[in-house]
Write a protein that binds this ligand. Structure first.
Ligand code: SAM
Ligand code: SF4
Length: 472
């Protein structure tokens, strides 16, 4: 595994050169699945410098906060965590130990210098597109020439400069995330992503396939392709043509051992017929799709700049269910976008009743500086947002319970991923992503077995092994 220098300016120095000295690295991750993937890749980049994960920040020579800027609460958490880390840094300094504190991710991208003003003990501020340059930044920070900020959108693609992923990107070896697309050109009125993650770009097909093969060879069976608009994927194919997500999915499905393929997050505008048909053709594409709709009101969807109507969303769902009747949907909703009236909110509730979701995430609209909706008139009062969120969440919770109830009594394939909390229990994942517990031997972990679902619990299922028959 070789670490390639980041751009023409990269020079191997004492601190960027591979090192056998062991250093502790503690990464704290907030936000989306892509941040989870990015955190693992930052660890990969730092490994040749001797950095190994440590559980506690007190034992870390470097602490990275990988941050989320999507809602104001998420961003504020960073500053309270930094206050705690300052004390650790001071205590270690008193013992003669240096601690590098780095703030990465979308808060770093959006707030840059502001972070150093509020927390001058931070050594490195880096955006989501520059973490391949971390070794250089560490070298500069270690030379103690003041803090380093790198929040560029570099011309080079970071994926061309990252070392191979060392290990699957999640806990356990059987499931993993794989980023294939980043950024967004859609500019929804409420959203910071186009500003923090930059323009839409897709990794080339060969690079994605190579990473997926390595994951499969290391035991991964259930893979989630990630992108802010993953179904807008348009990667350069080995033949020089542009491949969409459907074409990529057919190729991934040929990789031995990859039995489950998922992708997240999709945009309704990019849900084309080729992708819908891939759900018909590929049993490897799991029957569970996260397809955010945000609102059921055409007026609000237009104000949000979503580029589709509520009925167009309903049509996509009908098409998907026609080709894959067992397909379940999850979604994201925002209540209280500027201008949202009671009628608009009722249209959202109606869409939920019509579509029926197996799972959903719902949020109160949060004003994000620099986005068009932040300065829009008719901001919705907080108590109205609270009441709408409560009503929506009650309906979504009921639908989630109803969906889980439909599985009780059915026999479903479960990929076992680890031990359960109780003695003799193992836990796995259903095709619809619910955790499911059974009593069974440890030896089944890493395999897919038929399980009869016996009970639905609040956020999981329990079941019984069906004569320990491996699921074919
Ligand atoms: N690309 C995805 C899409 O188009 O639906 C969404 C990605 S965004 C990182 C995840 C979710 O955060 C969004 O679907 C939206 O529901 C929520 N979100 C984004 N900005 C928000 C804001 N300003 N206030 C509340 N929720 C927000
Ligand atoms: Fe944000 Fe809209 Fe882009 Fe999704 S599509 S990342 S919500 S701007």
């Amino acid at each position: 595994m070789g670490l390639r220098p980041a751009g023409a300016s990269a020079v191997m120095t004492e601190t960027t050169a591979p090192s056998s000295a062991r250093r502790g690295l503690h990464v704290i991750t907030w936000g989306c699945q892509m941040n989870v993937y990015d955190s693992a890749r930052m660890s990969d980049v730092l490994r040749p410098l001797g950095y190994q994960p440590v559980e506690l920040p007190d034992a870390a020579d470097m602490i990275i906060l990988n941050t989320c800027h999507i809602r104001d609460k998420a961003a504020e958490k960073v500053f309270s965590e930094l206050g705690r880390l300052r004390l650790i840094k001071e205590a270690r300094k008193a013992e003669g130990q240096q601690t590098i504190i780095a703030v990465a991710g979308c808060v770093a991208q959006a707030e840059g210098q502001e972070i150093l003003t509020r927390a001058p003990y931070v050594d490195i501020v880096l955006g989501p597109q520059t973490y391949h340059r971390l070794p250089e930044m560490v070298a500069r920070a270690a030379r103690a020439g003041g803090a380093v900020i790198d929040t560029d959108f570099p011309a080079e693609q970071k994926f061309d400069f990252l070392p191979e992923a060392a290990a699957p990107q999640t806990k356990g070896n059987y499931t993993s995330f794989l980023t294939i697309q980043e950024g967004c050109d859609k500019f929804c009125s409420f959203c910071v992503v186009p500003y923090t993650r930059g323009a839409e770009s897709s990794r080339p097909v060969t690079s994605v396939l190579a990473e997926a093969r390595r994951m499969a060879e290391s035991g991964v069976q259930d893979i989630t392709l990630l992108g802010q608009n993953v179904n807008a994927y348009h990667g350069e194919g080995p033949d020089g043509t542009v491949w969409g997500l459907a074409q990529l999915a057919y190729e991934l499905a040929k990789i031995p051992g990859l039995s489950r393929i998922r992708y997240s997050t999709s945009h309704p505008r990019d849900m084309d017929d080729a992708l819908i048909n891939a759900h018909r053709d590929l049993p490897e594409l799991m029957p569970f799709l996260h397809l955010p709709v945000q609102s059921g009101s055409d007026r609000i969807l237009a104000a949000m700049n979503r580029g589709h109507t509520a009925d167009q969303y309903r049509d996509i769902v009908l098409k998907l269910r026609a080709v894959r009747p067992d397909l379940a949907l999850s979604s994201d909703f925002i209540v209280g976008h500027p201008g949202e009236t009671d009628e608009d909110f009722e249209a959202t509730m109606q869409l939920v009743r019509d579509v029926k979701f197996a799972l959903a995430y719902s949020f109160k609209y949060s004003q994000r500086p620099g986005t068009p909706a932040a300065g829009a008139p008719l901001q919705v009062p907080e108590d109205v947002k609270d009441a709408r969120l409560q009503a929506l969440q009650a309906l979504l919770r009921q639908q989630q319970d109803e969906f889980n109830a439909t599985l009780v009594g059915k026999t479903i394939p479960v990929l076992f991923t680890g031990e359960g909390r109780k003695p003799g229990q193992i836990v796995g994942r259903s095709p619809w992503l619910q955790p499911i517990h059974v009593q069974g031997p440890h030896s089944l972990i890493g395999q897919t077995f038929s399980v009869k679902v016996t009970e639905r619990l609040t956020n999981s299922l329990s079941g019984e092994l069906v004569e320990e028959t491996e699921y074919a």
